[in-house]
Design a protein around this ligand. Structure first.
Ligand SMILES: *Cc1c(COP(=O)(O)O)cnc(C)c1O
Length: 408
């Protein structure tokens, strides 16, 4: 990445150039190129389907490349500090295509046991069960456990940091150092965003995002992205993106995400300010058994967070005292927080993993991951801090209040 420009500048301008509408003036904002196909200059044009170069303004068919998606891909690459980026129709499509591009039947994958639940199901139910790619899940808070799980069949190590919903970290640079040559190291950077963590700089080979979350930031688009500096992997990824799988991001979602990215650094700072205030507030309350947020000094990996991150993010989880009914009473009494899965939007969201995002996991597995019935996950939006704290106060008081008639 062009580190001479700050991330705030890159977020606003990279990838968008004034598009000439006449001889003098041009659009400041990249237009949405909805065309599925492009009028070619002639039969002799040296534009084979295999070698279209969007950087040279060559576009043939929108699944292969599209000007609006290309602008987004350039911006995301610059933000993560990578050469190549590809945008996908969801974070899931981005992760699937990355794993598919990195493994073959008979290979082995090492993954963090506390992965995003959807990724874990993909690895187990698609790659392991159907494509003969064995997966080992490890406690990756321990670099040695990751190194010990690697065998001579290992083709890919797949990590997240911080994880969801336990907010464990893995030492990205430490793991990168311990992996043998030839093992692809991928990191899902959705929770930190490039504002707070750049895994390629820490030694990862490839970074994936659900742009649905912080990158777009307004809860109105589902998308994904993959970034890498490795030319060989990029070529394979592009082939799978355009021809093998074809799960590309639409022009309209590309536009929304380009627009959302302009305020990414501004939003991240505000998300973090709110998350920090909330974490500190909850930590002081007797109704709360534990708060999981890497920015708290009580977080077991706070030191690692300070080393590898430039900020601690906008999401946290906490465990209420009591049982499921108490957690329900708390959640249902909130007015500012919306009960919903997903994270990273400007509006504050709250959810109960045991009953929502992680409900598909068997109870024993949930409990082994520390997902109890009263573990609450919260994504701090950009609203007024005092309003959010007052709402949480209301929720905590509702737990203590003697149960009132339902219509009261
Ligand atoms: C949401 C999410 C995904 C999946 O992304 P989709 O856009 O929902 O397909 C993957 N990883 C993490 C960490 C996520 O939060």
């Amino acid at each position: 990445m062009d580190r001479e420009r700050s991330i705030e500048t890159v977020a606003v301008t990279e990838g968008e150039e004034p598009f000439r509408v006449g001889s003098e003036s041009g659009d400041v904002v990249s237009p949405i190129h909805l065309a599925s196909t492009f009028a070619l200059p002639g039969l002799d044009a040296e534009m084979s389907l295999e070698e279209v170069d969007p950087d040279a303004g060559e576009f043939v068919y929108s699944r292969l490349s599209n000007p609006t998606r290309h602008a987004l891909e350039r911006r995301i690459a610059a933000l993560e500090g990578g050469e190549h980026a590809m945008a996908f129709s969801s974070g899931t499509a981005a992760i699937f295509t990355t794993i598919l591009s990195s493994v073959e039947p008979g290979d082995h994958v090492v993954a963090f046991e506390d992965l995003y639940a959807g990724t874990k199901r993909m690895l187990t139910d698609v790659f392991d069960s159907r494509l003969d790619v064995a997966v080992s899940y490890v406690d990756a808070t321990d670099v040695e456990a990751v190194a010990a799980a690697v065998t001579d069949r290992t083709a890919l190590v797949w990590m997240e940091s911080p994880t969801n919903p336990r907010f464990d970290l893995c030492d990205v640079a430490g793991i990168a150092e311990r992996l043998p040559e030839g093992v692809t190291f991928g990191v899902d950077n959705t929770f930190a965003s490039p504002c707070f963590q750049r895994p390629l700089e820490l030694g990862a080979d490839v970074v994936a995002h659900s742009t649905t979350k912080f990158l777009n930031g307004h809860s109105d688009s589902v998308g994904g992205a993959v970034i890498t500096d490795d030319d060989g992997l990029a070529e394979e990824l592009r082939f799978q993106q355009q021809v093998g799988v074809g799960g590309v991001l639409s022009p309209f979602d590309s536009y929304l995400t380009l627009r959302g990215l302009k305020t990414l650094p501004t939003r991240m700072a505000r998300h973090e300010e709110n998350a920090t205030a909330i974490a500190e507030f909850l930590e002081g309350r007797e109704e709360v058994r534990a708060v999981h947020y890497p920015g708290l000094e009580s977080h077991p990996q706070h030191g690692l967070a300070r080393e590898q991150m430039d900020g601690f993010g906008g999401i946290l989880s906490f465990e209420l005292e009591g049982e499921l009914a108490d957690a329900k009473r708390f959640l249902e009494s909130l007015e500012e927080f919306t009960l919903a899965v997903s994270v990273g939007g400007v509006e504050s969201l709250i959810e109960l993993p045991a009953a929502m995002t992680h409900e598909p996991l068997p109870r024993a597995e949930r409990e082994a991951l520390g997902i109890t019935d009263t573990l609450v996950r919260l994504s701090a939006g950009v609203e007024g801090t005092e309003d959010l704290l007052a709402d949480l106060e209301r929720g905590l008081e509702a737990i203590d209040a003697p149960s009132a008639p339902a219509d009261d």
